[in-house]
Ligand binder design. Structure first.
Ligand code: GLU
Length: 263
């Protein structure tokens, strides 16, 4: 099905594009740029939702650790966002594509006019053959207007651009039936027909959760996307070329059904 998708939103998290050393994983970013540009060349509309502003800011400012206070995180994000976009701009340019930065908050999406402006901007970027790169506008996104995690943001972006699919790249091969860190026999769940309490519990969304770190927000994102009939795929981002396997219909990652698929 993804082979025929016209528009795909990809989301990548800080720990996929940065090493534990707090330095950027240039190999992953380069592969990602190559694959996304290639998909764009094949005629698909692609959007990248990226985290990493705070992480890259911490690196750039040579901070020992991620600031805890809001102002500190915001300051780090403003520095890191520039560095991150500079890197994406260079990497995507190698493969012949320009990128456009969109920084948004929940407020922008909830406000009808601003929402429409965002939709218009995305459309025009697609017309120009530009790859939109989105992050939350961390410098202004305080408590009441914050999405907080880019998984939810990516699902909202998928809705705004009426994507055919959302692909969330992460550090695991998908959602497992137990925590693979503590249960070596844990198996990847290839397809989730519907997000039930059991699935939420596996993702660690409840106190009894067995799940892998960070899965709860991904499962929540899949639910948001499914409300608009958009299927979500959770895929290992360590090798972005897996995206081709996914598009070729191979059994990789976890596919959350939505829309006509789930009927
Ligand atoms: N917007 C944050 C950043 O770029 C990341 C939010 C998240 O980790 O999901 O650092």
């Amino acid at each position: 099905m993804l082979k025929d998708a016209n528009c795909i939103v990809f989301k990548v998290g800080t720990s996929t594009i940065m090493y534990p050393t707090k330095k950027t994983n240039i190999r992953v970013i380069d592969f990602l740029a190559q694959v996304l540009c290639d998909l764009a060349n094949s005629g698909k509309r692609v959007v990248l939702v990226t985290s990493g502003a705070i992480g890259v800011g911490v690196e750039k400012l040579s901070l020992e650790k991620r600031p805890r206070d809001t102002a500190g995180k915001q300051a780090a994000a403003t520095v890191g966002q520039c560095a991150l976009m500079y890197l994406y701009d260079k990497m995507f340019a190698q493969y012949g594509r320009s990128v456009g930065q969109l920084l948004m908050t929940k407020d922008d999406v909830d406000h009808a006019n601003r929402r429409q402006n965002l939709i218009n901007a995305f459309q025009r970027l697609f017309d120009f053959g530009v790859i939109p790169i989105v992050n939350e506008n961390d410098a202004v996104a305080v408590e009441e207007i914050v999405y907080g995690d880019n998984d939810s943001l990516s699902a909202v972006v998928a809705t705004l651009v009426e994507a055919d699919a959302l692909v969330i790249l992460t550090e695991t091969d998908g959602l497992y039936d137990a925590n693979p860190a503590t249960h070596p026999e844990a198996k990847r769940i290839p397809v989730v027909e519907k997000v039930t309490d059991e699935i939420r519990a596996l993702a660690g969304g409840t106190e009894t959760g067995l799940g892998t770190g960070g899965m709860a927000t991904k499962v929540h994102a899949a639910e948001i996307a499914a409300e608009s009939g958009i299927p979500t795929y959770i895929l290992n981002g360590a090798d972005p070329k897996l995206i081709y396997s996914l598009i070729d219909g191979k059994d990789v990652g976890t596919h959350f059904l939505a829309g006509k698929d789930s009927l």
